[in-house]
Design a protein around this ligand. Structure first.
Ligand SMILES: Nc1ncnc2c1ncn2[C@@H]1O[C@H](COP(=O)(O)OP(=O)(O)O)[C@@H](O)[C@H]1O
Ligand SMILES: [Mg+2]
Length: 246
């Protein structure tokens, strides 16, 4: 339903001709990318291919040299309150997760949306409980972040990001806690998901489209059924041959 209502709406995220260099290295090289509402795009590529830089560029944390990034049809503002407003609609799950150490898991999630003092309200609590349930971390609600494994912390960071009602979720890193089922259920709610990963198995099971990056360029974009059976570039074939979990 969310997808149908959005049929005339602008693309959720659109990049055109995006370039960025760091020193002598072109870390993003003429990137064109679209992400629709309800779509799961996996960005796959070896370490150093530019996946994290791409994620940071989309959420405005990283300046680009040239090109255009729009979120919901609006150019990504460069700074200030305008940028903060757009970023509020983007949920990020990146390491380090930066959970607040002196607050419980439940408080960390409620405060994803509210000031600490408001977060104690029963409605906020019920909502956080539901989100923790959804990400598979309900049993950790009363614990502190230091009592959790990396994977459990990632679940909590996901719930915290969802508490802000984002339209876009960016997942960057190994993402052991993200299942294809959770990704699909978020996409079915109308969110767009970008999964930057070096885990082909996650891309294969969760993504609607695989974007393969190497050396700051997008070399291939295709549905997983195509990408994993007939990768078109030697680079992608090499990458898949080396990957451990494909
Ligand atoms: N702030 C930075 N300073 C120096 N080099 C950087 C910086 N950010 C990214 N790079 C370089 O850009 C390239 C892409 O990095 P990154 O986006 O982290 O790739 P990935 O997430 O695919 O591993 C790498 O060569 C990395 O060393
Ligand atoms: Mg990275």
């Amino acid at each position: 339903m969310a997808q149908r209502a959005a049929a005339d709406a602008p693309m959720l995220v659109q990049l055109r001709g995006v370039n960025k260099h760091v020193g002598m290295v072109q870390v993003l090289n003429d990137i064109d990318l679209d992400l629709a509402r309800g779509e799961i795009v996996a960005v796959l590529g070896p370490a150093g291919s530019g996946k994290s830089t791409l994620c940071r560029a989309i959420n405005g944390a990283e300046r680009i040299d040239s090109g255009r990034i729009t979120v919901d049809g609006q150019p990504l503002p460069r700074r200030g309150r305008e940028l903060a407003r757009v970023r509020a609609g983007i949920g990020g799950v990146f390491e380090p997760f930066n959970l607040v150490a002196c607050r419980t898991v439940l408080e960390n999630v409620t405060a994803g949306r509210l000031a600490w003092w408001k977060a104690a309200a029963p409605g906020a609590r019920r909502r956080a409980d539901a989100l923790l349930e959804r990400v598979g971390a309900a049993e950790h609600a009363a614990k502190y972040p230091w009592e959790l494994s990396e994977e459990q912390q990632q679940r909590v960071a996901t719930a915290r990001a969802l508490a802000r009602d984002p339209k876009l979720m960016l997942f960057d890193g190994p993402n052991p806690a993200l299942s294809a089922e959770l990704a699909r259920s978020l996409a079915d709610d109308g969110l767009g998901l970008l999964l930057a990963t070096d885990r082909p198995a996650l891309a294969r099971s969760a993504a609607d489209r695989v974007v393969f990056m190497d050396g700051g360029r997008i070399l291939e974009q295709s549905p997983p059924s195509e990408f994993f059976t007939v990768p078109r570039t030697v680079r992608a074939r090499d990458f898949l041959a080396r990957a451990h979990d494909s």
